[in-house]
Design a protein around this ligand. Structure first.
Ligand SMILES: [Zn+2]
Length: 434
C-alpha cells in the first residue's frame, strides 16, 4: 500500500518544480525551501553555497531531518550526511540495527543531476504530510550524502581535487570522500546503497534516458546479489519506464530491436561502490541518467533536459524506497545472513571476473588462506583502511598483526591483502589453514 503511495508521490514530484507550482523562477532559500536548481526552473544547477543554505534551512524546518558533517575534503569543504526518519532520525546504532537506505550523490563532480535529486528528495521526504510516507520513515531511515565530491563540483571535474576518481577508491580508501562512505557503511550498515551518476550516451546503441546495474563481483553473497539485481530489473528500471523514459542495463550496447549486442562497461571491480557495497552486505545499485538531449524540445531548451535528468533520478530513488517497503523482511534477512555466512563459511575467492565473466583459474583461490600476517610496518600502514573497511585484526605485542579471514569482511580481507589481488593494499604473508 505504501509503495503505491510512494509511487503516486513520484508522479506528483516528477518535475523538479512541481512541489511549488508551475516551475516559475522564484527565490532560492530562504523562503520556500527550494534548491537553486528549482528556483531557476532547471536552467542552473544548485551552487555549493545554495546547497549549504538549503540544508541549514531544512535542518531547522524539519524535526524529521538532520544534517551532520562527517568529514572534510582536501580543499576543506564539508562532507555531509543527511538523515531522514520519523519522528526524527534514530541514533547510529539504531540505524545500523534497522532498515536504512544510503544514497550517494555526485561522486563525480561533473554529474550534477544526482545531487539535485538527493536534495529535493530529502526535502520532500522530510516535509511531506503524506501519512504513508511518514509511516515508512518510522521503519526506514533514509540517508543521503548529497555531494560526495564537492571539490569536483566546484571545479566541474569528474575526479576530486587530487585527481582521483572517487568511484575507483572504495577498496584502498586513499581519498577523504571514499573514507567517509566506508565509515558510513561500517557504522550505519545500510540495507541498500544507491549510487547516482550521469553518462554521455552514444547515439542509437548506448542511448537510454536512465541505465542501472547491480553488483557483479563474483564473491558477493548470492541472495544479496539476486536482490540487487531484482532492485535494478524489477523495480528501478520499470518505474522509470512507467514514467515515460527509456531505460537499459548500464554497460550494454543495444541494437535497434533492443537486443544486447555488446558489453562496454559494468564489471566486477571491487573498488567500485556498486560492488563494494555488495561485498559489505548491502544491496547495491548504480544509476546513471543520460546527460544529452533526447528530443528537439530538450535540444532547444536545456532546462527541460536538466529537469528530465533530475526527475528520472528521483523516480529511480523512489523505486528503491518502494522495494525496501515491499520486501523489507526479505532484504533484512539477506543483509543480516550475508555477514554471518562470510564469517562462518570458507569459500573460494575470485580476484577477477564478474557474475557474467569467468575468471581464469590463476585468478581464483580455490583453497584460500585462513588469514594473513602483517609486519609491524604493514600493520601501521594499513590500520586506517582496515578499520574503515570493518576488518578486525589481532595485534601482537611487537606491532605485527594477524588478520583472520573468518570474519564478516572475509572477501575484503583477501581482496586487500593477497598477492593475487588486483589492487592489494599491501602484499601480506598468507597463513595456511592448519
Ligand atoms: Zn559517474
Amino acid at each position: 500500500m505504501l509503495a503505491g503511495a510512494l509511487a503516486v508521490t513520484t508522479v506528483a514530484l516528477a518535475g523538479p518544480a512541481a512541489a511549488d507550482g508551475p516551475g516559475l523562477p522564484g527565490p532560492a532559500v530562504p523562503g520556500g525551501l527550494r534548491t537553486g536548481f528549482e528556483a531557476s526552473g532547471g536552467a542552473a544547477w544548485t551552487t555549493l553555497e545554495q546547497e549549504q543554505q538549503f540544508l541549514q534551512a531544512l535542518d531547522a524546518a524539519s524535526a524529521r531531518l538532520t544534517v551532520t558533517e562527517v568529514g572534510r575534503t582536501a580543499q576543506d569543504r564539508p562532507l555531509q550526511l543527511v538523515a531522514v526518519g520519523t519522528p526524527q532520525p534514530p541514533a547510529a546504532e539504531a540505524i545500523a540495527r534497522g532498515s536504512s537506505v544510503l544514497f550517494t550523490c555526485t561522486q563525480h563532480g561533473d554529474e550534477p543531476s544526482g545531487r539535485e535529486a538527493c536534495l529535493t528528495l530529502a526535502r520532500d521526504l522530510a516535509t511531506t504530510t503524506d501519512p504513508a510516507t511518514a509511516e515508512f520513515l518510522r521503519t526506514t531511515t533514509v540517508l543521503f550524502v548529497p555531494t560526495v565530491n564537492p571539490d569536483g563540483v566546484a571545479a566541474n571535474t569528474r575526479e576530486n581535487s587530487q585527481g582521483v576518481d572517487v568511484n575507483r577508491d572504495h577498496l584502498l580508501l586513499r581519498t577523504a570522500e571514499a573514507q567517509v562512505i566506508a565509515q558510513l557503511q561500517r557504522d550505519l550498515r545500510p540495507d541498500v546503497v544507491h549510487d547516482l551518476h550521469e553518462y554521455g550516451p552514444t547515439p542509437d546503441s548506448y542511448d537510454r534516458d536512465l541505465i542501472a546495474l547491480w553488483p557483479r563481483n563474483r564473491n558477493l553473497d548470492q541472495r544479496v546479489h539476486d536482490l540487487s539485481r531484482d532492485l535494478t530489473e524489477q523495480e528501478v528500471l520499470p518505474a522509470v519506464e512507467a514514467g515515460g523514459n527509456s531505460t537499459g542495463i548500464y554497460g550494454y550496447r543495444y541494437d535497434p530491436d533492443g537486443n544486447v549486442v555488446a558489453q562496454l562497461a559494468g564489471d566486477g571491480q571491487e573498488r567500485i561502490l556498486r560492488n563494494t557495497a555488495g561485498l559489505r552486505h548491502s544491496l547495491g545499485i548504480l544509476v546513471e541518467a543520460s546527460n544529452a538531449p533526447a528530443s528537439e524540445l530538450e535540444e532547444a531548451n536545456p532546462a527541460l533536459l536538466n529537469q528530465r535528468r533530475v526527475s528520472t533520478q528521483v523516480t529511480a530513488a523512489r523505486a528503491t524506497l518502494g522495494m525496501v517497503d515491499e520486501r523489507r523482511a526479505e532484504i533484512a534477512d539477506a543483509t543480516a545472513a550475508s555477514p554471518a555466512r562470510s564469517a562462518a563459511e570458507r569459500t573460494t575467492v575470485a580476484f577477477a571476473g564478474a557474475d557474467n565473466a569467468l575468471p581464469t583459474p590463476d585468478q581464483v583461490a580455490f583453497d584460500p588462506p585462513c588469514g594473513y600476517d602483517l609486519t609491524a610496518a604493514q600493520a601501521a600502514e594499513t590500520a586506517q583502511t582496515l578499520a574503515l573497511q570493518g576488518i578486525r585484526t589481532e595485534p601482537r605485542a611487537d606491532g605485527s598483526a594477524f588478520v583472520p579471514a573468518a570474519q564478516e569482511a572475509r572477501d575484503l580481507v583477501h581482496l586487500l591483502l593477497d598477492e593475487r589481488a588486483q589492487e592489494p593494499l599491501t602484499v601480506a604473508t598468507p597463513v595456511a589453514c592448519s
